[in-house]
Write a protein that binds this ligand. Structure first.
Ligand code: TYD
Length: 224
């Protein structure tokens, strides 16, 4: 298993334009992604760089339609159907927005969820397996990995407490049971060990400010 994962991992290419940066941010509901994304935007803008923030699924006209179709689905979808819908949205986002933006030096893309969401949600929690999800990402343009992925790691109880406080209506994934969420957490933790050079696992049980500082310190090592 490990060997075949290694051979797939070696197929991925990194963004090519020197001086541009591709960042993704990952974590389950309540992990604080939106807050940290705003902080990253500020840091990047203060450096005089161009920044583009996008979310998945979505970010393009076509992708937003897919987002609606998935998150409001009243039919339980086959995991492979789910996976292909996310990948369709991703391929379009890469072609229309991410790749053209990254072509210009001094550009930073911040993406709210990317490949690790598919690995954790469809690969682990929906049991498709990492290998299947990685194999589907072999082809251009899906074979683009971020320079850095920030994984905001929280415990199950924290996620549920924060979800209760928010009190929003639950979508397709949010209405899943406790076991599903625990699998997501386990999945993300496994992924940060499978891709240690790319994924930075951050303890998001800490205060917002503490997490922001950890991200800022890391960004200092990455930004031009
Ligand atoms: P969203 O409301 O954007 O979630 P959040 O605010 O927690 O980021 O909804 C996106 C949902 O889609 C979320 O539950 C995670 C799920 N998802 C997958 O299952 N696979 C994927 O590849 C992606 C990108 C998202």
């Amino acid at each position: 298993m490990q060997n075949s994962l290694d051979s797939i991992k070696s197929l991925y290419r990194n963004p090519v334009t020197p001086g541009s940066l591709f960042l993704s941010i990952e974590g389950i509901e309540g992990s604080g992604k939106s807050t940290q994304i705003k902080e990253i935007e500020k840091t990047v803008q203060e450096k005089g760089l161009r920044v583009l923030t996008l979310r998945e699924p979505g970010g393009t006209t076509f992708g937003e339609k897919l987002r609606e179709a998935i998150l409001n689905s009243e039919t339980p979808l086959h995991p492979l159907a789910e996976c292909h819908l996310f990948l369709a949205s991703r391929a379009q986002l890469l072609k229309e927005k991410i790749l053209p933006f990254l072509l210009q030096p001094g550009s930073v893309v911040i993406l709210d969820r990317y490949i690790d969401s598919t690995l954790a949600y469809q690969g682990k929690a929906r049991r498709l397996g990492y290998q299947t999800v990685l194999t589907l990402h072999q082809f251009d343009p899906l074979n683009l990995l971020p320079h850095r992925t920030y994984f905001l790691d929280i415990e199950l109880e924290t996620s549920f407490e924060r979800q209760k406080i928010r009190g929003n209506v639950k979508d397709y994934f949010e209405s899943q049971k406790q076991e599903f969420y625990q699998n997501l957490i386990d999945g993300y933790r496994e992924l940060s060990e499978l891709f240690p050079e790319r994924i930075l696992k951050l303890n998001a049980q800490k205060s917002i400010q503490e997490v922001t500082n950890l991200i800022k310190n890391d960004l200092e090592t990455l930004l031009p």
